[in-house]
Design a protein around this ligand. Sequence first.
Ligand SMILES: Nc1ncnc2c1ncn2[C@@H]1O[C@H](COP(=O)(O)OP(=O)(O)OP(=O)(O)O)[C@@H](O)[C@H]1O
Length: 281
Amino acid sequence: MNALLTVEDLRVSFPGKGWGARRVEVLRGVSLDIAPGETLGLVGESGSGKTTIGRAILGLVPVQSGAITFGGERLDRVKARRRRQLARDLQVIFQDPYTSLNPSRTIGDTLSEPLLGQGIGSREARLRVGRLLDRVHLPADAAGRLPREFSGGQRQRVAIARALAIDPKLIVCDEPVSALDLTTQKTVLDLLLEIQEQTGVAYLFVSHDLAVVRFVSHRVAVIHRGEIVESGQAATVTTQPRHPYTRGLLLAAPVADVAEQRARRQAFELEYGGPNRTAER
Ligand SMILES: Nc1ncnc2c1ncn2[C@@H]1O[C@H](COP(=O)(O)OP(=O)(O)OP(=O)(O)O)[C@@H](O)[C@H]1O
């Protein structure tokens, strides 16, 4: 496979709290790769290090060691100027559609900003904003409105349009539907799939929700305490997991019977610790 992105033996740690505290290792030798046009789902509990992987790829956290190669170039080695150029091809969609858009800027301004930044004229930018809105199924008059006039799902469509504005090769989708209700989740996921089909963009799709990850991903990597414990084809990992942690995640996933759900959840937490505890060592 000719990978678009390769992450090899990535280590990230943060200073521990308090004087003399040891650094906290958050990523402990993570390796993964993504082909052009592919979706790699990254699943794990809260605190397992999913967001940190995305942030390291985007150059937002310092990396202790390891290699991140994108389109054949070492992202962790390129100069800041080249890094900014490459950043065009590498976009992000965040979890919270309520904080990720500037509340005082119209949708049109938000979407034209990356275009103007590329030297595209304002007339052409206006035309492209119209096309972007159409692509994410928002009405053309959305351009003149403010984020507060839109629902969470509509705002996430704007965030997707912004990420698409300059035709990226990879989008890091960090829990992009977690803040949305179930029906809206489905329509946003459908949109991401439709856009991938049309444009060939690749996604690193980060989520704690195995069902969501299964729905959108070609391959899935499972992360636990800063290590990838299992990866493979989405259908295989999510139905015949090899690693006990993945099996636990699967068992802890929501089921209709509340009592059964509680029992499964308790068994899982007993084994692996509850949410926000997985990074504790
Ligand atoms: N800048 C930072 N400084 C110190 N610790 C950090 C920093 N960023 C992340 N961490 C810690 O790293 C661990 C992993 O965080 P990360 O956000 O990557 O997990 P996650 O799997 O994405 O969880 P969630 O789904 O809750 O966002 C957590 O214990 C977090 O507190």
